[in-house]
Design a protein around this ligand. Structure first.
Ligand code: SF4
Length: 384
């Protein structure tokens, strides 16, 4: 299916989503953040539309956004109708939060008319029945014992009920999601959904927390699923500026060969007792210097001149620093040894020069020499 111009599922490359955290009714602030996120690699952007003022701003946001805009609707079906009218490329809807089934069907009809896909999903945090006390007690009893297994069953049951609503309305432009903040539960639930349904799957570990801790849980869950070909679009969600989500999602996809790198990959030694330089500071300075280079060269920064050059094997350009000097190699070939105060500038010059040669077809990336065509990605999800 197409969300705006972005294909999802059916073998398309896994796309990256994020969500703005500006008030959507402030179109200028929201658009500024969308441009920032798109520049960082975000393919699809989701905006919350809790009020009529938010959907009123959506038309301008849709027109001026560099990437397709998804409207995130929680409770009010009218917001969904207004969002479709404003040109949203996709709607995220939770039928369980809209009490009148006819209202859900109104949204489905509006989306059908405009060929707008809908994401429906279930979330562990809100899945146990709240309104019906008897049903709630039955569901809570079922969860006792093997919580994860029973929760996956419950999620599947609810999702199946939701999908049935759309199936009966002859609407097949669906993206599914199951969310949890527990990595093991999320993996089990997504595998089960992947087996049962043939709709594109949105992956995300919800309520991950700050990047410092949420990053590990998110990558553990999403990496396990993506490496098995499960997942068509992803959102890493942090309690932080959304740019962190996009940068980490991009690195995850690049690491798994699901997206081609477009910028330098920085590797660095883990440091040990042989260290001869403040490597932690040096790596950060190199990272900032490389930011403007738009060729995916592999750059290594090593902490001693004895073992560094050998351990930088596989890098395009390497700096081994120590004893107040820096040894610079390009694809294993010694280029020069310079004083410590010059090594950052010389490394940068060598990186720019090598990137230029790659761009002109005069040199090949080490990655391509090692892995051939398989190095560049993207390989797509196997699910449709
Ligand atoms: Fe230790 Fe040198 Fe290897 Fe860094 S490059 S881990 S300092 S031996």
């Amino acid at each position: 299916m197409l969300v705006g111009g972005v294909p999802i599922g059916g073998g398309a490359p896994v796309s990256i989503q994020s969500m703005t955290n500006t008030p959507t009714r402030d179109a200028q602030a929201t658009l500024a953040q969308i441009h920032e996120l798109a520049e960082a690699g975000c393919d699809l952007i989701r905006v919350a539309v809790p009020t009529k003022d938010d959907t009123a701003a959506l038309g301008q946001i849709v027109r001026e956004s560099p990437v397709p805009v998804i409207a995130d609707v929680h409770f009010h079906f009218r917001r969904a109708m207004e969002a479709v009218e404003a040109g949203a490329a996709k709607i995220r809807l939770n039928p369980g939060n809209i009490s009148d089934r006819r209202h859900v069907l109104d949204v489905v009809e509006a989306c059908k008319r405009r060929n707008v896909p809908i994401r429906v999903g279930v979330n562990e945090a809100s899945i146990v029945e709240r309104r019906d006390a008897v049903a709630r007690s039955v569901e809570l009893k079922q969860l006792a014992g093997d919580y994860r297994r029973e929760m996956v069953e419950l999620m599947l049951r609810k999702l199946t009920d939701y999908v049935e609503i759309f199936r009966q309305a002859c609407f097949d432009q669906l993206v599914l999601s199951v969310k949890s903040s527990d990595a093991r539960l999320l993996i089990a639930a997504c595998l089960a959904v992947g087996e049962r349904f043939d709709y594109p799957l949105h992956l995300g570990l919800t309520h991950a927390g700050p990047p410092e801790t949420g990053r590990i849980r998110s990558v553990a869950a999403l990496g396990a699923l993506l490496s098995q070909g499960i997942g068509d679009t992803i959102r890493i969600s942090y309690s932080a500026h959304p740019i962190e989500e996009v940068l980490d999602a991009k690195e995850l996809l690049c690491s798994l060969g699901l997206r081609a790198r477009t910028e330098p990959e920085l590797i660095a030694c883990p440091t040990c007792g042989r260290i001869q330089v403040d490597l932690v500071d040096l790596v950060q300075r190199v990272r900032r210097r490389l930011a403007g280079i738009k060729v995916p060269i592999k750059v290594a920064v090593m902490g001693c001149v004895v073992n560094g050059p050998g351990e930088a094997e596989g890098a395009d350009v390497a700096l081994s620093a120590g004893n107040r000097q820096g040894v610079i190699t390009v694809q294993g070939r010694h280029v020069c040894t310079v004083a410590e105060c010059e090594m950052l500038d010389v490394l940068y010059e060598q990186c720019v020069e090598f990137a230029e040669r790659v761009r002109n077809g005069q040199a090949e990336l080490s990655e391509a020499l090692r892995y051939g065509a398989n190095s560049a990605g993207p390989s797509s999800s196997k699910r449709g």
